[in-house]
Design a binder for this molecule. Structure first.
Ligand code: MOS
Length: 776
């Protein structure tokens, strides 16, 4: 594999970064040795089981736990009548802020029922089965009221969550006069897009194991994307200093955003453990998972575009309405991607929320970008057909050379190359431009494509490196590996940064005792943590260099620090490599066994002098913050549609992305494949049905909530464009967790249109919508 020159002078020299290394934790996982949060057999461990509300709105009039308490093995039953008082809860604005949005309500703090599935009791017993049995024996008398199930209910209160003001990012955004531009545009199109409720459904459900080591000290093994965020939330709830709340997450079976916040079941389990004085473990059942950790909200988007007859965009107007819970104002910000994907002189967007009796929605993989790209990328396809222009060509005619939403230049953008390479790999030129005419036997064949983009969000984190004189190193950061390869890629970065082989590195993560790293969310982990690890290694080399130049026995005695560089674990003069020595020799002479360094990596425009790019020039540092930072890509999809059954099968897939430096060719490819399949699920299958009268989910399990399985997915082709971004961080890494699913549902819908001539704007594209007479 080719290695690229370093982005900065001292970025790790070519080595194992980028190589398709197997997962360093792969063996432990297949051997069952990787411990997930529900797999700590602590002495005296007992089991928590939730009893959840059968109604979606009303009050608990009475709750009778007497029968349940008599069951053998039952230790305690928590209800709103006996939940120990917490220092803060999210029920008030101050508590909500301390605990972190969007989880703005804690059950068992009163008798009010806001949503179906809301916990009304937590049973603790000596076995899971006994706790489950006891939960079934709890008698709850409800005073039920008629719930509102969605924003589409006429009774739902519809409101704009932000003050309406110009330039506001979310609730209302305006750039130029889109209404006037639209009025003067030769081509005008308006389309309405709807998106079903989607649930993240990680293989590992929410799980908490809590143990109080002292009356004021607790350790929580938690299935979370961020140990620090969970620690902060719990310390606010419990009124304990952060260092008395330890959160550990060594392995995670997927998160996709639903494990990005601290949810009620975690707090209740911690409280239960305190009450019974024993460690308590609680694992959500699959149906409970649907009402406990958020979802992607049901939503309608209306996108209006104005264009010239040559297909040049003149105006974009985006409106969104979605469902929110009784206490939160969460909405994914779809409009951001619509405002920046194409050059367009005017833009306007607003969104509204409708209150309903549902658990709150939350970040779901590519929050905003995924559904937002469905709207813009379907509409661009519409425009292409209407004007008889190739879908790639219409995108090139509107190519944004700089960020239209800010006017800033891109830090890097390889979208042209993504289109070109994707088209080549896919065979786009063989496409018959006419819709509904390409056939394979009786099946209709369609080609579709769409653009992807995802921002480089600002974040920073710290890492620690301890280098031992015997030639191995322990590298630590309180990051999370969602299952996607953080252990592996950080081992690679540490190896190159230290000039060691990967098997000489032990990378540790997932513990609040380690240096703080951001949530593994918003695709920030790879860029932030890799830069932190690299900076920490730099710190080690600086310390060793200082030792060497003061040591009369060192070949580097009296050298200037700036003239010394590290090469393969050797400190040597930049100008004369023969003058130098191995770090082991230096450390042994000094009589030290190990040396420690720490570093802070910044990611995104929060980048600052000396913190992420040690050797960048001042001019370069000034420049960094003036850039708009995004990754870009393109997806190409072939579908075959059965005209009689309305079934859609994805038969070919090509994704090409420009996402900065790729840390591991193998795990990166897997990330893109996983995200694309996630998107194909949203496009063709995934939908949680909420009963309009009872506001309850009717398919809250993996039998009835359909997701793609292997048989639904063809071999997928994934490539990356070599991209050097000198601004985003020391490692030049943009992150790929979310861009992988942006544009996917549009690529599928566009292929369905090409196959059938039918534009489906209502996700998922199920057979009834292909066969139905309702057509756009
Ligand atoms: Mo991601 S939806 O920020 O975990």
């Amino acid at each position: 594999m080719d290695h690229e020159p370093a982005f900065f002078e001292t970025s790790p020299k070519p080595g194992v970064v980028g190589m398709p290394l197997n997962r360093v934790d792969g063996r432990d996982k297949v051997m069952g040795k990787a411990k997930y949060s529900a797999e700590y057999p602590l002495p005296g461990l007992v089991y928590g089981v939730l009893k959840t509300s059968a109604i979606a709105k009303g009050r608990v009039q009475s709750i009778d736990t007497s029968l349940a308490m008599k069951e053998p093995g039952v230790l305690q039953i928590l209800t709103h009548l006996n939940l120990p008082k917490l220092a803060k809860t999210p029920n008030d604005p101050e508590g909500k802020k301390a605990i972190g949005a969007p989880m703005g309500f804690l059950p068992l703090t009163s008798d009010v029922i806001y949503y179906a599935g809301q916990p009304v009791a937590l049973v603790v017993a000596d076995t899971f089965e006994r706790a489950t049995q006891a939960a079934a024996l709890i008698r709850v008398n409800y005073a039920a009221e008629a719930p509102i199930a969605a924003y589409t209910d006429k009774r739902a209160q519809i409101f704009n969550p932000e003050k309406i003001q110009d330039g506001k990012a979310d609730g209302y955004t305006r750039r130029g006069d889109a209404r006037a531009a639209l009025a003067g545009a030769p081509i005008k199109m308006t389309a309405v897009y709807t998106h079903a409720i989607n649930h993240h459904n990680p293989m590992e459900p929410g799980a908490t194991t809590a143990i109080w080591e002292a009356p004021d000290r607790v350790t929580v093994y938690e299935s979370t994307q961020g140990v620090t965020r969970t620690q902060k939330a719990l310390s606010a709830y419990l009124g304990l200093p952060q260092d008395q709340v330890r959160v550990i997450t060594k392995f995670l079976g997927g998160g996709f955003g639903c494990k990005g916040s601290c949810w009620p079941h975690t707090v209740l389990t911690v409280q239960a453990a305190k009450m019974v004085g024993r460690p308590v473990k609680l694992v959500l059942t699959r149906p409970q998972q649907f009402t406990s950790m958020g979802h992607r909200e049901d939503q309608t988007q209306t996108l209006t575009l104005g264009a010239s007859k040559e297909g040049k965009l003149l105006a974009l107007i985006h409106e969104k309405t979605s469902t929110t819970s009784p206490w939160d104002n969460y909405a994914e910000a779809n409009s951001k991607i619509i405002n920046l994907l194409y050059e367009c002189p005017t833009f306007e967007s607003h969104y509204e929320l409708g209150r309903a009796n549902v658990m709150t929605s939350t970040f779901t993989r590519a929050p905003g970008e995924a559904p937002g790209s469905f709207a813009i990328e379907s509409s661009m396809d519409d425009l292409a057909y209407q004007l008889g222009i190739d879908p790639i060509e219409i995108r090139l005619r509107n190519y944004a050379e700089k960020d239209p939403s800010t006017g800033q230049p891109w830090s890097s953008k390889s979208l042209r190359q993504c289109y070109a390479r994707g088209a080549e790999l896919f065979g786009w030129s063989k496409r018959n431009p006419k819709a509904g005419v390409t056939k394979n036997g009786r099946l209709l064949v369609g080609y579709g494509m769409a653009t992807a983009s995802y921002p480089v969000h600002n974040s920073q984190g710290t890492a620690r490196v301890r280098l031992y004189a015997d030639g191995h190193a322990v590298v630590q950061a309180g990051a999370t590996d969602l299952g996607t390869g953080t252990y592996t890629v950080m081992t690679q970065v540490a190896a190159d940064s230290l000039g060691l082989a990967p098997d000489k590195i032990r990378f540790e993560l997932g513990d609040t005792k380690l240096p703080t790293a951001p949530n593994s969310g918003g695709s920030v982990a790879a860029g932030t943590v890799s830069s932190s690890v690299y900076m920490a290694a730099q710190d080690v080399w600086e310390r060793l260099t200082k030792m060497a130049i003061k040591d009369p026995k060192s070949p580097l005695f009296k050298a200037k620090a700036e003239d010394v560089a590290m090469e393969n674990g050797r400190l040597q003069l930049k100008k004369d490599a023969s003058k130098g020595e191995d770090f082991k020799a230096l450390m042994k002479r000094a009589g030290i066994d190990d040396i420690e360094g720490s570093g802070q990596g910044k990611y995104g425009s929060g980048y600052e002098a000396g913190q992420s790019a040690a050797n960048a020039s001042d001019a370069h540092k000034d420049e960094a913050g003036k850039h708009s930072m995004h990754s870009f890509g393109a997806h190409f999809c072939e579908v075959q549609v059965d005209p009689d059954l309305g079934t859609v099968r994805v038969t070919r897939w090509v994704s090409v992305h420009g996402a900065g430096r790729i840390l591991n060719a193998k795990t990166a490819r897997s990330q893109i494949i996983g995200g694309s399949i996630f998107g194909i699920g949203a496009a063709l299958m995934e939908a949680t049905a909420r009963d309009p009268h009872y506001a309850r989910y009717t398919n809250a399990d993996l039998g009835d909530y359909h997701i793609p399985v292997n048989a639904d997915i063809p071999d997928m082709t994934v490539e990356f464009i070599d991209e050097h971004d000198p601004y985003i961080n020391a490692m030049g890494v943009k992150g790929i967790g979310e861009i992988s699913m942006v544009g996917v549902s549009a690529a599928v819908a566009n292929a369905v249109f090409h196959a059938t001539g039918k534009r489906v704007r209502d996700l998922p594209i199920t057979p009834d919508k292909i066969l139905g007479t309702k057509s756009a």
